[in-house]
Ligand binder design. Sequence first.
Ligand SMILES: *[C@@H]1O[C@H](CO)[C@@H](O)[C@H](O)[C@H]1NC(C)=O
Ligand SMILES: *[C@@H]1O[C@H](CO)[C@@H](O)[C@H](O)[C@H]1NC(C)=O
Ligand SMILES: *[C@@H]1O[C@H](CO)[C@@H](O)[C@H](O)[C@H]1NC(C)=O
Ligand SMILES: *[C@@H]1O[C@H](CO)[C@@H](O)[C@H](O)[C@H]1NC(C)=O
Ligand SMILES: *[C@@H]1O[C@H](CO)[C@@H](O)[C@H](O)[C@H]1NC(C)=O
Ligand SMILES: *[C@@H]1O[C@H](CO)[C@@H](O)[C@H](O)[C@H]1NC(C)=O
Ligand SMILES: *[C@@H]1O[C@H](CO)[C@@H](O)[C@H](O)[C@H]1NC(C)=O
Ligand SMILES: *[C@@H]1O[C@H](CO)[C@@H](O)[C@H](O)[C@H]1NC(C)=O
Ligand SMILES: *[C@@H]1O[C@H](CO)[C@@H](O)[C@H](O)[C@H]1NC(C)=O
Ligand SMILES: *[C@@H]1O[C@H](CO)[C@@H](O)[C@H](O)[C@H]1NC(C)=O
Ligand SMILES: *[C@@H]1O[C@H](CO)[C@@H](O)[C@H](O)[C@H]1NC(C)=O
Ligand SMILES: *[C@@H]1O[C@H](CO)[C@@H](O)[C@H](O)[C@H]1NC(C)=O
Length: 680
Amino acid sequence: MHFMLIFLLSVGLAVADGNQTANITFNGFQSANLSLDGVAVFTSNGLLKLTNGTTQEKGHAFYPNPITFKNNSSSSSNGTASSFSTTFVFGIISQYSTLSGHGIVFVLSPTRGLPGSLPSQWLGLFNDTSNGNSSNHVVGVELDTILDREFNDINNNHVGIDINSLHSTVSAPASYFVNNSTDYRNLSLISGKPMQVWIDYNGDEKRMNVTLAPINIDRPKIPLLSLSVDISPIVKETMYVGFSSSTGSLDTSHYVLGWSFAMNGPAQELSVSQLPKLPRIGPKHVSKFLTIGLPVIVVATVSVVASGLLYVVRRKRKFSEELEDWESDYGPHRFRYKDLYIATKGFTDKQLLGTGGFGRVYRGILPTSKIEIAVKKVSHESRQGMREFVAEIVSIGRLRHRNLVPLLGYCRRKGELLLVYDYMPNGSLDKFIYDQPKCTLSWSQRFRVIKGVASCLFYLHEEWEQVVIHRDIKASNVLLDADFNGRVGDFGLARLYDHGTDPQTTHVVGTLGYLAPEHTRTGKATRSTDVFAFGAFLLEVVCGRRPIDLKASPEDMILVDMVFSHWSRGELIQVVDPKLDGDYDPDQVELVLKLGLLCSNAEPEDRPTMRQSLQYLEGVLPLPDLSSLSLSSGGLAFANRERSVSHEGFSDLAISYPSSLDKGFSHSSSAAESIIHVGR
Ligand SMILES: *[C@@H]1O[C@H](CO)[C@@H](O)[C@H](O)[C@H]1NC(C)=O
Ligand SMILES: *[C@@H]1O[C@H](CO)[C@@H](O)[C@H](O)[C@H]1NC(C)=O
Ligand SMILES: *[C@@H]1O[C@H](CO)[C@@H](O)[C@H](O)[C@H]1NC(C)=O
Ligand SMILES: *[C@@H]1O[C@H](CO)[C@@H](O)[C@H](O)[C@H]1NC(C)=O
Ligand SMILES: *[C@@H]1O[C@H](CO)[C@@H](O)[C@H](O)[C@H]1NC(C)=O
Ligand SMILES: *[C@@H]1O[C@H](CO)[C@@H](O)[C@H](O)[C@H]1NC(C)=O
Ligand SMILES: *[C@@H]1O[C@H](CO)[C@@H](O)[C@H](O)[C@H]1NC(C)=O
Ligand SMILES: *[C@@H]1O[C@H](CO)[C@@H](O)[C@H](O)[C@H]1NC(C)=O
Ligand SMILES: *[C@@H]1O[C@H](CO)[C@@H](O)[C@H](O)[C@H]1NC(C)=O
Ligand SMILES: *[C@@H]1O[C@H](CO)[C@@H](O)[C@H](O)[C@H]1NC(C)=O
Ligand SMILES: *[C@@H]1O[C@H](CO)[C@@H](O)[C@H](O)[C@H]1NC(C)=O
Ligand SMILES: *[C@@H]1O[C@H](CO)[C@@H](O)[C@H](O)[C@H]1NC(C)=O
């Protein structure tokens, strides 16, 4: 699994197995005998590389022998955990200077490796069922670079002490105290620079201290974290010590440069000058010669000189692996194109799932993991805004909600962006509600999808660390998973097309019929414009037809108008999809239709928020009475009566239709037609 290299660099290793004077030191891992699993490897220059630049993976490295932490409880000492001390130097290298995932944990575990643990936010420590369970017997110190709300993380750059749970007992932003507790410096864990951590537990004092500092700084006198804790009930008599690390949607590499550990006494200081060097983070424009050619020459020369011809053939293979590894640190892709190409059988038409608003979608199976994926190919000629866009989709990749289609990653090629999603076996919702000879989705399934989409939008608008505007909510962007749960997909893609456009010539991207009037007017997407689209979505799911149907009679062409006129005549229930054949809950249907009308209000401030919408749907709040809304100025100002799309030549066509329903239809129909023509 790993390689023993006979390099001459110094290694200090004093092993004391299963006794209380374990004293372990690795100044680099050139001849280290650690037990590795997951994607952890040793590099040829003696780094312990816990994650190898692959997304959604975990890596573990444990000292192979158990270490005695306490005498068993029947002995006189009553099972009190001994003191221990450890220090290590680490480095986190991410593809992007401002984004990373997920982190490194120094861990005491009852097992060598952490079976059943998950990557990503679980840091390779736990899974969703084991997290927080006292039967874990795990103590960890996490260096976490992602803010996870579910674990009450304080920020995306913190150090925490974890006891049986990722919900840290205590945590602090990555920093160190210079002279006293008011004078501190912040650190960035993902800076790519080596940093040192000291962890000390005193079994008499029952206190654990954690200290962090840049590698060139003496150990700060004041620890960053100092927690009064007795680990005796948590640790078992013997424990394994080591590291766990995981990646999320970004190919981040987590390295340990050196490590020492001791029971009942201070860990040996590391010899900084002997530690292996982290790979440099080169600027992206560095020539191929510098990133590939030069290292090959240097590495090859050094290896020949150091080890002689005997090993050359053997190592050549190894170096080519190392080169790949090295490339992946700087490579611009998170997913390798080759993998996506193999996965989708060369993007053949046979694998084509559909052609969406922004590109073609292919089905595939990832070669090694056998995970089923959907790959969306978005062609994008302009490089403008691409960097920001990629940063944005990467941050979107961190969103987690059961009604979201998980974005696994992306790959970027010249003029082309490939987005990799979890495969949704039942495809998009629109296929089930439009153009079907008979009903294929029952009312209860539809209602569940509606509530799922509402809860997802609420999460995006209010629950996540930043406000996320979807910009293109509609039935064809809602996918159904194996259990027919609605999952929102195609995030922020509209934004890619918004980037870099001149604000003078507003170019709105979205879908006609779902675009709020103020969105087409100002070009600005807001939470309210998402609510407007959600309203159109509600109506289409209940009525089983598109928001604008050119084949329908003029008075029925605009769905919201049709629903509104039926409501005003007290015949609301007549608009329900006839394919449901009367098989639905009339109260639920009425609720959804009325909410759809409320969300379609032309005045953004009169639309409900997603929080309110969700509460109405859940029955927590009663829906306001539609008729109590101001009708004095000639009816509700529903948006369709101001159907203006500032798009190319249409910016002057800001027709504000009079509010009475019997006017302007011939006009609006031609306008709608031409817009559809010019638009998408
Ligand atoms: C612990 O291990 C060290 C090194 O192997 C050995 O010298 C020492 O005697 C051992 N102590 C006990 C109590 O077994
Ligand atoms: C590494 O440690 C394991 C467990 O102690 C042992 O079985 C194995 O022989 C060691 N390997 C080397 C190369 O020392
Ligand atoms: C990372 O490790 C996994 C498992 O060993 C391997 O399949 C994958 O190709 C490696 N990725 C890179 C970029 O080295
Ligand atoms: C625990 O202590 C008892 C009595 O002192 C001893 O017989 C037993 O072997 C110990 N168990 C372990 C796991 O050390
Ligand atoms: C052992 O622990 C028990 C309960 O925690 C306590 O009552 C007892 O006094 C302890 N014995 C010793 C020798 O510390
Ligand atoms: C464990 O027991 C041994 C022998 O009784 C004693 O020397 C040692 O200090 C004890 N260790 C702890 C952690 O109490
Ligand atoms: C979660 O982890 C535990 C061990 O910590 C394991 O027994 C269990 O199977 C895991 N659960 C899942 C769903 O993987
Ligand atoms: C904790 O884990 C144990 C063993 O895996 C299991 O029996 C127990 O039900 C779990 N407790 C909780 C609260 O999940
Ligand atoms: C820390 O204090 C010492 C003297 O007490 C002073 O010389 C040094 O400049 C201080 N360091 C910083 C970073 O302020
Ligand atoms: C802490 O250090 C800063 C700067 O070195 C100094 O201004 C401050 O007075 C010190 N505070 C205490 C409590 O010593
Ligand atoms: C932890 O830090 C505090 C404050 O500096 C110190 O008093 C205590 O002795 C330290 N404890 C350990 C176990 O290092
Ligand atoms: C471990 O070894 C180093 C150097 O050999 C020594 O300085 C340190 O005190 C030792 N620690 C323990 C707990 O024996």
